[in-house]
Design a binder for this molecule. Structure first.
Ligand SMILES: C[C@@]1(CC(=O)O)c2cc3[nH]c(cc4nc(cc5[nH]c(cc(n2)[C@H]1CCC(=O)O)[C@@](C)(CC(=O)O)[C@@H]5CCC(=O)O)C(CC(=O)O)=C4CCC(=O)O)c(CCC(=O)O)c3CC(=O)O
Ligand SMILES: NC(=O)C1=CN([C@@H]2O[C@H](COP(=O)(O)OP(=O)(O)OC[C@H]3O[C@@H](n4cnc5c(N)ncnc54)[C@H](O)[C@@H]3O)[C@@H](O)[C@H]2O)C=CC1
Length: 219
């Protein structure tokens, strides 16, 4: 069984070998997390080229070669490496070279060797829902995420943002941890509260939060 974790990549050096469709998708995910990405590939998809022109990542133009890879990338090993070429043997060589020194390795065509997988993900503001099928069917993962996207609309992103603000305030202002939990539980579980955060009703949602919290703080 794999272990789902949410990884902080902000500013961390990550290397992607290959510049095709899969490399483009993975690079996009890493950049979204704020990673400092370097792509090594003799060519790039138009999508990657566009991002390169915007200066979003570093590019080393060329094919993987063991010695150069060691010299360029492994003197100070990166946090994460993705081997996404269409050559099984190149991907395997990247894995062999990195396995002792790089903690997070994703080999696109070798699940057993990879130390992590990319799940299918949906986002609604700060809310992220990730689905993994343990590598059995990425397409089912994608489908489930599409279904979840319908169920967890924009209002969840807005509500979550408000909950974050409320939680910070409550942690600061309410001393008793039992009461803190009661307040937060009452807001999160209030029937119909999420719907209040649909467009045009946001103010009503904010008012409802204040109303619920007031009930606790008045006593
Ligand atoms: C193990 C893993 C890689 C990892 O380690 O991360 C993996 C492996 C492989 N995928 C293959 C094929 C396809 N993958 C997709 C799509 C996605 N694949 C993703 C993740 C993962 N795929 C990881 C497991 C995730 C899990 O546990 O569920 C998603 C979620 C995220 C992302 O890629 O960013 C993204 C969907 C989300 C989105 O698009 O929104 C499609 C469909 C499509 O492209 O639309 C197809 C074609 C249909 C099919 O074959 O099913 C092949 C065979 C290659 C070949 O034929 O040679 C392998 C290799 C193997 O199975 O070994
Ligand atoms: N994990 C997943 O979600 C999926 C994985 N795959 C696997 O991923 C592989 C790559 O798929 P695509 O990106 O669609 O292939 P692609 O053919 O679009 O891209 C391959 C890229 O690797 C580069 N490359 C080839 N040899 C290289 C080398 N020696 N050094 C550096 N770069 C090199 C090419 O220049 C090209 O940019 C497939 O062969 C398949 O095994 C395919 C589909 C989905």
């Amino acid at each position: 069984m794999k272990t789902p974790l949410a990884v902080h990549l902000q500013g961390r050096p990550c290397v992607v070998v290959g510049g095709g469709a899969v490399a483009e998708r993975r690079t996009g995910i890493l950049l979204h997390g704020g990673a400092a990405v370097t792509v090594l590939s003799p060519e790039l998809t138009p999508g990657l080229r566009l991002r390169l022109e915007k200066g979003e990542f570093d590019y080393v133009e060329g094919s993987y070669e063991e010695e150069k890879f060691a010299e360029w990338f492994l003197q100070k090993p990166p946090f994460l490496v993705v081997a996404a070429t269409n050559s099984r043997s190149v991907n395997e060589r990247v894995f062999q070279q990195c396995k002792e020194v790089v903690p997070l390795i994703n080999i696109v065509d070798n699940q057993a060797a990879s130390t992590f997988h990319f799940p299918a993900v949906m986002e609604q503001g700060p809310l992220q829902i990730a689905v993994t099928t343990s590598g059995l069917s990425p397409l089912l993962g994608k489908k489930i995420v599409e279904e979840l996207s319908e169920a967890y609309g924009e209002e969840y992103g807005v509500f979550l943002q408000r909950l974050g603000v409320l939680r910070e305030k409550v942690l600061k202002e309410v001393e008793d941890s039992e009461v803190r939990r009661e307040i937060l539980k009452a807001v999160v579980n209030h029937k119909g509260i999420v719907e209040k955060f649909r467009q045009e009703k946001i103010e009503a949602g904010d008012n409802l939060i204040t109303e619920i919290v007031d009930k606790f703080t008045r006593n």
